[in-house]
Design a protein around this ligand. Structure first.
Ligand SMILES: Nc1nc2c(ncn2[C@@H]2O[C@H](COP(=O)(O)OP(=O)(O)OP(=O)(O)O)[C@@H](O)[C@H]2O)c(=O)[nH]1
Length: 317
Protein backbone atom coordinates (compact mmCIF):
# COMPACT_ATOMS: atom_id res chain seq x y z
CA UNK A 1 0.00 0.00 0.00
CA UNK A 2 1.51 3.31 -1.08
CA UNK A 3 1.82 6.08 1.49
CA UNK A 4 1.79 9.68 0.33
CA UNK A 5 4.09 12.07 2.18
CA UNK A 6 2.42 15.20 3.45
CA UNK A 7 4.11 18.49 4.30
CA UNK A 8 1.93 21.16 5.88
CA UNK A 9 2.88 24.83 5.39
CA UNK A 10 1.42 27.07 7.98
CA UNK A 11 2.23 30.59 9.18
CA UNK A 12 0.50 33.88 9.61
CA UNK A 13 -0.91 35.98 6.73
CA UNK A 14 1.82 37.24 4.42
CA UNK A 15 4.67 35.54 6.28
CA UNK A 16 6.07 33.87 3.14
CA UNK A 17 4.33 30.48 2.82
CA UNK A 18 3.95 30.67 -0.96
CA UNK A 19 7.54 31.88 -1.29
CA UNK A 20 8.66 28.78 0.63
CA UNK A 21 6.34 26.54 -1.38
CA UNK A 22 7.88 27.80 -4.62
CA UNK A 23 11.34 26.92 -3.27
CA UNK A 24 10.18 23.46 -2.26
CA UNK A 25 8.65 22.85 -5.68
CA UNK A 26 11.84 23.99 -7.41
CA UNK A 27 13.78 21.46 -5.33
CA UNK A 28 11.25 18.74 -6.18
CA UNK A 29 12.06 19.29 -9.88
CA UNK A 30 15.47 17.73 -9.20
CA UNK A 31 13.80 14.62 -7.85
CA UNK A 32 11.74 12.26 -9.90
CA UNK A 33 8.64 12.49 -7.76
CA UNK A 34 5.00 13.04 -8.45
CA UNK A 35 4.00 16.19 -6.59
CA UNK A 36 0.60 17.57 -5.64
CA UNK A 37 -0.23 20.87 -4.00
CA UNK A 38 -3.36 21.73 -2.07
CA UNK A 39 -3.74 25.46 -1.65
CA UNK A 40 -6.29 26.92 0.66
CA UNK A 41 -7.38 30.52 0.38
CA UNK A 42 -10.02 32.40 2.29
CA UNK A 43 -11.12 34.31 -0.81
CA UNK A 44 -12.69 33.12 -4.04
CA UNK A 45 -9.60 33.73 -6.14
CA UNK A 46 -6.21 32.29 -5.44
CA UNK A 47 -3.53 34.69 -6.67
CA UNK A 48 -0.85 32.49 -5.20
CA UNK A 49 -1.67 29.44 -7.25
CA UNK A 50 -0.99 31.34 -10.48
CA UNK A 51 2.64 31.63 -9.43
CA UNK A 52 3.26 27.94 -9.11
CA UNK A 53 3.81 26.83 -12.69
CA UNK A 54 2.59 23.58 -14.18
CA UNK A 55 4.89 21.05 -12.55
CA UNK A 56 2.55 19.94 -9.82
CA UNK A 57 -1.04 18.75 -9.67
CA UNK A 58 -2.79 21.67 -8.10
CA UNK A 59 -5.99 21.52 -6.08
CA UNK A 60 -7.47 24.68 -4.68
CA UNK A 61 -9.80 24.98 -1.75
CA UNK A 62 -11.27 28.45 -1.76
CA UNK A 63 -13.69 30.56 0.27
CA UNK A 64 -13.00 29.01 3.63
CA UNK A 65 -10.41 27.48 5.88
CA UNK A 66 -9.35 23.82 5.81
CA UNK A 67 -9.06 23.84 9.55
CA UNK A 68 -12.76 24.56 10.00
CA UNK A 69 -15.34 25.17 7.23
CA UNK A 70 -13.49 23.19 4.54
CA UNK A 71 -12.26 20.33 6.72
CA UNK A 72 -14.39 17.72 4.95
CA UNK A 73 -13.39 19.04 1.52
CA UNK A 74 -9.76 18.71 2.52
CA UNK A 75 -10.25 15.06 3.51
CA UNK A 76 -12.05 14.41 0.21
CA UNK A 77 -9.29 16.13 -1.73
CA UNK A 78 -6.57 13.94 -0.24
CA UNK A 79 -8.63 10.82 -0.79
CA UNK A 80 -9.33 11.84 -4.38
CA UNK A 81 -5.61 12.46 -4.99
CA UNK A 82 -4.90 8.99 -3.65
CA UNK A 83 -7.54 7.45 -5.91
CA UNK A 84 -6.49 9.40 -9.02
CA UNK A 85 -2.86 10.44 -9.40
CA UNK A 86 -1.36 8.85 -6.25
CA UNK A 87 1.32 11.52 -5.79
CA UNK A 88 4.49 10.73 -3.82
CA UNK A 89 4.21 13.96 -1.93
CA UNK A 90 1.51 16.51 -1.15
CA UNK A 91 2.32 20.04 -0.02
CA UNK A 92 -0.56 21.73 1.75
CA UNK A 93 -0.47 25.50 2.03
CA UNK A 94 -2.90 26.57 4.71
CA UNK A 95 -4.46 29.98 5.12
CA UNK A 96 -2.68 32.38 7.44
CA UNK A 97 -5.34 31.91 10.08
CA UNK A 98 -5.30 28.10 10.19
CA UNK A 99 -4.41 26.27 13.37
CA UNK A 100 -1.79 23.51 12.81
CA UNK A 101 -3.57 21.02 15.04
CA UNK A 102 -6.80 21.42 13.09
CA UNK A 103 -4.99 21.02 9.76
CA UNK A 104 -3.35 17.87 11.09
CA UNK A 105 -6.78 16.70 12.13
CA UNK A 106 -8.12 17.31 8.62
CA UNK A 107 -5.25 15.33 7.06
CA UNK A 108 -5.82 12.28 9.22
CA UNK A 109 -9.42 11.25 8.84
CA UNK A 110 -9.76 7.51 9.58
CA UNK A 111 -10.48 6.89 5.90
CA UNK A 112 -7.30 8.49 4.57
CA UNK A 113 -4.95 8.01 7.53
CA UNK A 114 -3.63 4.62 6.32
CA UNK A 115 -2.50 6.21 3.04
CA UNK A 116 -0.65 9.26 4.32
CA UNK A 117 2.46 9.98 6.30
CA UNK A 118 2.71 13.45 7.82
CA UNK A 119 6.38 14.32 7.44
CA UNK A 120 6.55 17.86 8.82
CA UNK A 121 4.62 20.95 9.74
CA UNK A 122 6.54 24.00 8.55
CA UNK A 123 5.64 27.29 10.16
CA UNK A 124 6.81 30.41 8.34
CA UNK A 125 7.20 33.35 10.70
CA UNK A 126 7.54 36.97 9.60
CA UNK A 127 10.34 38.12 11.93
CA UNK A 128 9.06 41.71 12.21
CA UNK A 129 5.46 40.62 12.75
CA UNK A 130 6.61 38.29 15.52
CA UNK A 131 8.41 41.13 17.30
CA UNK A 132 5.34 43.36 17.01
CA UNK A 133 2.82 40.70 17.89
CA UNK A 134 1.77 42.52 21.07
CA UNK A 135 0.03 45.02 18.79
CA UNK A 136 -2.27 42.27 17.52
CA UNK A 137 -5.61 41.36 19.00
CA UNK A 138 -5.20 38.74 21.77
CA UNK A 139 -6.82 35.90 19.78
CA UNK A 140 -4.68 36.54 16.71
CA UNK A 141 -1.56 36.73 18.87
CA UNK A 142 -2.48 33.39 20.47
CA UNK A 143 -2.93 31.86 17.03
CA UNK A 144 0.46 33.17 15.89
CA UNK A 145 2.10 31.65 18.96
CA UNK A 146 0.23 28.35 18.64
CA UNK A 147 1.27 28.05 15.00
CA UNK A 148 4.83 28.19 16.31
CA UNK A 149 4.20 25.88 19.26
CA UNK A 150 2.66 23.03 17.26
CA UNK A 151 4.99 23.01 14.25
CA UNK A 152 8.00 20.76 13.78
CA UNK A 153 10.08 23.11 11.62
CA UNK A 154 10.07 26.88 11.93
CA UNK A 155 11.30 29.16 9.16
CA UNK A 156 12.03 32.62 10.55
CA UNK A 157 11.59 34.60 7.34
CA UNK A 158 12.07 38.25 6.35
CA UNK A 159 15.24 38.58 8.40
CA UNK A 160 16.28 41.30 5.93
CA UNK A 161 13.88 43.68 7.65
CA UNK A 162 15.08 43.22 11.23
CA UNK A 163 18.40 44.08 12.92
CA UNK A 164 20.84 41.40 14.09
CA UNK A 165 19.77 41.93 17.70
CA UNK A 166 16.10 41.61 16.79
CA UNK A 167 16.84 38.48 14.80
CA UNK A 168 18.51 36.91 17.86
CA UNK A 169 15.54 37.92 19.99
CA UNK A 170 13.05 36.32 17.58
CA UNK A 171 15.05 33.12 17.54
CA UNK A 172 15.32 32.97 21.32
CA UNK A 173 11.64 33.69 21.86
CA UNK A 174 10.61 31.06 19.33
CA UNK A 175 13.00 28.48 20.80
CA UNK A 176 11.42 29.28 24.18
CA UNK A 177 7.92 28.66 22.85
CA UNK A 178 8.87 25.43 21.07
CA UNK A 179 12.21 24.01 22.24
CA UNK A 180 11.58 20.78 20.33
CA UNK A 181 11.33 22.50 16.95
CA UNK A 182 14.02 22.92 14.34
CA UNK A 183 14.68 26.46 13.12
CA UNK A 184 16.04 28.10 9.99
CA UNK A 185 16.44 31.83 9.37
CA UNK A 186 15.76 33.01 5.82
CA UNK A 187 15.17 35.91 3.47
CA UNK A 188 12.63 35.07 0.76
CA UNK A 189 12.91 31.48 2.03
CA UNK A 190 16.49 31.30 0.76
CA UNK A 191 18.42 29.17 3.17
CA UNK A 192 20.24 25.87 3.27
CA UNK A 193 18.37 22.88 1.87
CA UNK A 194 19.30 19.24 2.44
CA UNK A 195 19.75 16.53 -0.18
CA UNK A 196 16.00 15.87 -0.15
CA UNK A 197 15.29 19.49 -0.98
CA UNK A 198 13.99 20.30 2.47
CA UNK A 199 14.97 23.41 4.46
CA UNK A 200 17.92 22.49 6.65
CA UNK A 201 16.51 23.49 10.01
CA UNK A 202 18.59 23.10 13.15
CA UNK A 203 17.21 22.13 16.57
CA UNK A 204 16.04 25.16 18.49
CA UNK A 205 17.18 23.98 21.91
CA UNK A 206 20.68 22.73 21.08
CA UNK A 207 22.38 25.12 18.66
CA UNK A 208 25.38 22.92 18.02
CA UNK A 209 23.80 19.55 17.42
CA UNK A 210 23.64 18.32 13.81
CA UNK A 211 20.95 19.64 11.48
CA UNK A 212 17.85 17.61 10.72
CA UNK A 213 15.85 17.83 7.54
CA UNK A 214 12.44 17.16 8.99
CA UNK A 215 12.55 17.49 12.73
CA UNK A 216 10.63 15.09 14.93
CA UNK A 217 6.99 16.07 14.86
CA UNK A 218 5.79 17.01 18.30
CA UNK A 219 2.25 16.32 17.22
CA UNK A 220 1.96 12.67 16.36
CA UNK A 221 -0.74 10.54 14.88
CA UNK A 222 -1.33 6.81 14.98
CA UNK A 223 -3.87 4.59 13.31
CA UNK A 224 -5.27 1.38 14.77
CA UNK A 225 -7.51 -1.12 13.07
CA UNK A 226 -9.68 -3.28 15.31
CA UNK A 227 -10.02 -6.93 14.44
CA UNK A 228 -12.96 -7.70 16.76
CA UNK A 229 -16.26 -6.08 17.70
CA UNK A 230 -15.77 -4.09 20.89
CA UNK A 231 -17.69 -3.98 24.11
CA UNK A 232 -19.22 -0.49 24.22
CA UNK A 233 -18.65 0.10 27.96
CA UNK A 234 -15.06 -1.12 27.78
CA UNK A 235 -14.41 1.19 24.82
CA UNK A 236 -15.94 4.21 26.57
CA UNK A 237 -13.90 3.52 29.67
CA UNK A 238 -10.72 3.28 27.51
CA UNK A 239 -11.63 6.70 26.06
CA UNK A 240 -12.25 8.25 29.46
CA UNK A 241 -8.89 6.98 30.77
CA UNK A 242 -6.83 8.56 27.98
CA UNK A 243 -3.99 10.78 29.17
CA UNK A 244 -4.10 14.56 28.66
CA UNK A 245 -1.58 14.55 25.80
CA UNK A 246 -4.14 12.77 23.61
CA UNK A 247 -5.94 15.63 21.89
CA UNK A 248 -8.14 13.80 19.41
CA UNK A 249 -9.50 10.35 18.72
CA UNK A 250 -11.75 9.72 15.76
CA UNK A 251 -12.83 6.77 13.74
CA UNK A 252 -15.37 4.07 13.17
CA UNK A 253 -16.08 1.26 15.59
CA UNK A 254 -18.47 -1.68 15.67
CA UNK A 255 -19.86 -2.70 19.04
CA UNK A 256 -20.91 -6.20 19.96
CA UNK A 257 -24.69 -6.62 19.84
CA UNK A 258 -25.23 -3.51 17.67
CA UNK A 259 -25.93 -3.59 13.96
CA UNK A 260 -24.68 -0.07 13.15
CA UNK A 261 -21.13 1.16 12.84
CA UNK A 262 -20.47 4.09 15.21
CA UNK A 263 -18.65 7.31 14.42
CA UNK A 264 -16.32 8.18 17.29
CA UNK A 265 -15.20 11.72 18.02
CA UNK A 266 -13.13 12.62 21.06
CA UNK A 267 -11.78 16.13 21.55
CA UNK A 268 -10.61 18.01 24.63
CA UNK A 269 -11.53 15.05 26.81
CA UNK A 270 -15.13 14.83 25.61
CA UNK A 271 -16.28 11.73 23.72
CA UNK A 272 -19.16 11.80 21.22
CA UNK A 273 -20.39 8.64 19.56
CA UNK A 274 -23.14 8.39 16.98
CA UNK A 275 -24.59 5.72 14.71
CA UNK A 276 -23.49 5.80 11.07
CA UNK A 277 -25.68 4.84 8.13
CA UNK A 278 -22.68 3.18 6.43
CA UNK A 279 -20.58 0.22 7.41
CA UNK A 280 -16.95 1.33 7.46
CA UNK A 281 -13.63 -0.27 8.40
CA UNK A 282 -13.12 -0.33 12.18
CA UNK A 283 -10.26 2.14 12.29
CA UNK A 284 -9.42 4.86 14.76
CA UNK A 285 -6.88 7.66 14.54
CA UNK A 286 -5.27 9.10 17.65
CA UNK A 287 -3.64 12.54 17.59
CA UNK A 288 -1.57 13.90 20.43
CA UNK A 289 1.65 15.52 21.47
CA UNK A 290 4.51 13.15 22.25
CA UNK A 291 2.23 10.13 21.82
CA UNK A 292 3.48 6.87 23.24
CA UNK A 293 2.31 4.77 20.34
CA UNK A 294 3.51 1.42 21.74
CA UNK A 295 1.67 1.99 25.01
CA UNK A 296 -1.57 2.87 23.19
CA UNK A 297 -1.21 -0.20 20.99
CA UNK A 298 -0.89 -2.45 24.05
CA UNK A 299 -3.93 -0.79 25.66
CA UNK A 300 -5.99 -1.24 22.49
CA UNK A 301 -5.05 -4.91 22.24
CA UNK A 302 -6.09 -5.31 25.91
CA UNK A 303 -9.39 -3.61 25.05
CA UNK A 304 -9.99 -6.11 22.25
CA UNK A 305 -9.18 -9.04 24.56
CA UNK A 306 -11.43 -7.64 27.29
CA UNK A 307 -14.26 -7.24 24.76
CA UNK A 308 -13.85 -10.88 23.68
CA UNK A 309 -13.79 -12.04 27.33
CA UNK A 310 -16.98 -10.11 28.21
CA UNK A 311 -18.66 -11.54 25.12
CA UNK A 312 -17.58 -15.06 26.12
CA UNK A 313 -18.95 -14.57 29.66
CA UNK A 314 -22.24 -13.18 28.29
CA UNK A 315 -22.65 -16.30 26.17
CA UNK A 316 -22.08 -18.58 29.16
CA UNK A 317 -24.70 -16.80 31.33
N1 LIG B 1 11.23 41.74 2.61
C1 LIG B 1 10.87 40.48 2.45
N2 LIG B 1 9.71 40.20 1.83
C2 LIG B 1 9.37 38.89 1.67
C3 LIG B 1 10.18 37.83 2.15
N3 LIG B 1 9.57 36.66 1.87
C4 LIG B 1 8.41 36.96 1.24
N4 LIG B 1 8.29 38.31 1.10
C5 LIG B 1 7.18 39.05 0.49
O1 LIG B 1 6.07 39.00 1.40
C6 LIG B 1 4.85 38.97 0.68
C7 LIG B 1 4.03 37.76 1.12
O2 LIG B 1 4.71 36.58 0.74
P1 LIG B 1 3.92 35.23 0.45
O3 LIG B 1 4.92 34.17 0.16
O4 LIG B 1 2.86 35.46 -0.55
O5 LIG B 1 3.24 35.02 1.86
P2 LIG B 1 2.06 34.02 2.27
O6 LIG B 1 2.34 33.61 3.66
O7 LIG B 1 1.92 32.97 1.25
O8 LIG B 1 0.85 35.03 2.21
P3 LIG B 1 -0.74 34.69 2.41
O9 LIG B 1 -1.07 33.56 1.49
O10 LIG B 1 -1.41 35.98 2.03
O11 LIG B 1 -0.94 34.36 3.84
C8 LIG B 1 5.22 38.92 -0.80
O12 LIG B 1 5.18 40.22 -1.31
C9 LIG B 1 6.66 38.40 -0.78
O13 LIG B 1 7.41 38.83 -1.91
C10 LIG B 1 11.41 38.16 2.82
O14 LIG B 1 12.16 37.33 3.29
N5 LIG B 1 11.68 39.51 2.93
Amino acid sequence: MKEMEIYILTGFLGSGKTTLLQKLLEKEKNRDRKVAVIMNELGSYSVDSKLLGKEATLRELLKGCICCTLKDEMENEILSLYQSSQPDVIYIEATGIAHPLEILDACTSPIIAPYVQIKAIYCVVDAARWLNRKLLNANIRLLLEEQVMYSSNIIINKIDIVTDDERTRVREEIAGKNPGAAILETTFSNGEFDEYGKPLCRPAAAEHTPAHAAHQLKMLTMTYQFSVELNKQAFLSWLSDLPGNVLRVKGFVRFHGEKSTYLIQYAYGIPVIEKMPLSLRDTIVIIGSNLQKDVHKIELKKLEKKSLDIRGNDRRI
